[in-house]
Design a protein around this ligand. Structure first.
Ligand SMILES: C[S@@+](CC[C@H](N)C(=O)[O-])C[C@H]1O[C@@H](n2cnc3c(N)ncnc32)[C@H](O)[C@@H]1O
Length: 285
């Protein structure tokens, strides 16, 4: 909290208060009491129930996203990886899903975006949420390093009737951003909204390239996923917890990214606790 802010009250603060109470009680007793166990169960319910509750009271997956979600969930990613068809060991969990797809779709609509860019497409479940809110003649360019995913999504995009609004560019996003910036000669040609959701160690480079090469319009919106990376930016020791399988390189990259963004005077940023953290960054100048 900064010196001019107000106290926060959220599901996480409720969980935190209960947990502090249990921790202080446990530090003076040899075994958990029924009261301590009850409070621990409440904490567990607060933490594990939030995301399913948000899903249950938010709009369901839009019709255009359903075939992509289904194909993503049903695909045998393990076999594709063992046959060396994919660049990474992909899994359905890499999709941002319905809730976040709707969130990015809504932002596309609210900003009245005509030109959108997604860095890290995976199976296109968010790409279609963006595309469906673009006006006639609007386009979302989706950058994806794995050619397997281009082949995977092509017939699905066609099934949704949104192919004309989607332009997939296969290859390393850094190279594409450099090349695409050559075609942006004025602010008019820049993107209205950009969604970054690719390799975490690349985030700072994507951010700097986007601003330095003028890829985002003035007052344009940059949406960045996973900026609270599993809680690692503010909780030491999570990376060492084997059961959590958290990569140190990703955790360090996100911590550094958040610092870089906060210190950059060209932007305004609000980091939201949406799923694994979503930063909304607006270009001011
Ligand atoms: C978390 S997934 C993206 C999920 C997707 N945006 C969604 O909303 O469902 C990350 C994707 O970034 C891609 N990726 C990783 N490194 C990349 C790079 N250097 N350039 C472009 N894409 C990359 C991966 O292949 C993967 O498909």
């Amino acid at each position: 909290m900064s010196d001019i802010d107000v106290p926060v009250e959220s599901p996480l603060t409720s969980a935190s208060k209960l947990l502090s109470s249990v921790v202080s009680q446990l530090s003076t007793s040899s075994a958990p009491s029924s009261e301590q166990l009850r409070q621990l169960q409440l904490v567990s319910s607060l933490l594990s129930g939030l995301d399913p509750y948000l899903d249950s009271v938010s709009s369901p997956a839009p019709a255009v996203q359903r075939p992509l979600l289904k194909a993503t969930a049903e695909h045998d990613w393990v076999s594709a990886w063992s046959r060396k068809q994919t660049l990474f060991q992909l899994s359905a969990a890499w999709s941002a899903g319905a809730y976040e797809g709707n969130f990015v779709g809504l932002l596309t609509k609210l900003t009245r975006a005509k030109k959108a860019l997604e860095i890290g497409m995976f199976t296109g479940t968010t790409t279609v949420c963006i595309a469906q809110h673009l006006p006639e003649g609007g386009k979302v360019t989706a950058l994806e390093i794995d050619p397997y995913l281009d082949t995977f999504t092509r017939p699905l995009f066609s099934q949704t009737g949104l192919s004309d609004k989607i332009d997939v560019k296969v290859g390393n996003a850094v190279h594409h951003l450099q090349a695409m910036s050559q075609n942006i000669l004025s602010d008019q040609e820049a993107y209205d909204i950009i969604f970054i959701d690719a390799d975490k160690p690349g985030y700072t480079t994507y951010f700097k390239t986007i601003l330095e090469k003028g890829l985002l319009k003035k007052d344009g919106l940059l949406v960045v996923d996973n900026t609270l990376y599993k809680g690692t930016p503010w909780t030491e020791g999570l990376v060492e917890e084997e059961m959590l399988s958290i990569g140190k390189e990703n955790a360090d990259a996100i911590k550094e990214f958040n610092k870089v963004v906060r210190e950059d005077k060209r932007v305004e940023v609000v980091v939201l606790p949406v799923r694994d953290g979503v930063s909304l960054i607006m270009r001011k100048e």
